[in-house]
Design a protein around this ligand. Structure first.
Ligand code: MN
Length: 243
């Protein structure tokens, strides 16, 4: 699989999107894309109380993470897009797909906005507490078991040096794979990542995601994350990615 095949197979980005952002993409992500309003991107509501994930993720971390960190990505993304006509108006997914390494501000803040918008939903309270149905089948096919998938995701998260994310994604042949990216990069960034894909679950391992409660104990935070995953959200993203 290469980048060309990724675009071709997923159909996420059409040539029309490059030339005229107003042209709608016939995209596998079209039903779930995050699009800007006329004034730019906006911070999505968390959707639940800051303390809803206690004791695994503490309220103060959730509040600062959402209201301060995510807001800063949104604000700085909008600033960076002001003078970028080709990317202005695109969904955040298509910005990620289009971004190149020289566009640092949009890469970092666009990635930050996409990653966190998804993250709040992947850890939203409620939903199944284990993978089920076709997602469970796909996990068993790719990894042998849920436990082995968790081990691989956990290992990717632990071994990411410094700030970044660990991902469970769907590749162009609709198979699941685990990867890790630095900073706010993500697997949609086909010009930047080794293996592109559509993320269906991501784990934020920036220190801002856990330091207040877990300090330097990233492995404890990773274990806590597995207690708050909303597998219904993950299953929905999986279904959209393999359509
Ligand atoms: Mn974060």
């Amino acid at each position: 699989m290469n980048k060309r095949q990724f675009i071709k197979t997923t159909g996420i980005l059409t040539l029309g999107a490059f030339i005229a952002p107003s042209v709608s993409c016939s995209s596998v992500l079209s039903s779930t894309q995050i699009t800007p309003s006329p004034v730019g991107f906006e911070l999505p509501p968390l959707g639940y109380a800051f303390n809803a994930l206690e004791p695994h993720l503490d309220a103060m971390t959730m509040e600062i993470h959402h209201d301060k960190h995510h807001q800063a990505y949104v604000t700085n993304l909008n600033k960076a897009l002001e003078n970028n006509t080709p990317l202005k108006g695109l969904s955040i997914e298509n910005i990620c797909i289009t971004i190149t390494s020289d566009q640092t501000a949009i890469r970092n803040n666009g990635g930050g906005h996409y990653n966190h918008s998804k993250f709040w939903k992947w850890i939203a309270p409620g939903g199944a507490n284990q993978p089920q149905g076709t997602l469970l089948d796909a996990i068993n096919t790719s990894f042998g078991s849920v436990e082995e998938m968790k081990n691989k995701l956990s290992e990717a998260a632990k071994s990411r040096f410094g700030s970044g994310w660990a991902w469970l994604s769907v590749d162009t042949s609709k198979k699941l794979f685990i990867s890790s990216t630095p900073n706010q990069d993500n697997p949609l960034m086909i010009n930047l990542v080794e293996k592109p894909g559509t993320p269906i679950l991501g784990l934020d391992v920036w220190e801002h995601a856990y330091y207040l409660k877990y300090q330097n104990r990233r492995p404890d935070y990773i274990n806590a994350f597995f207690n708050v995953i909303n597998w219904d959200t993950v299953a929905l993203d999986y279904q959209n990615a393999v359509k």
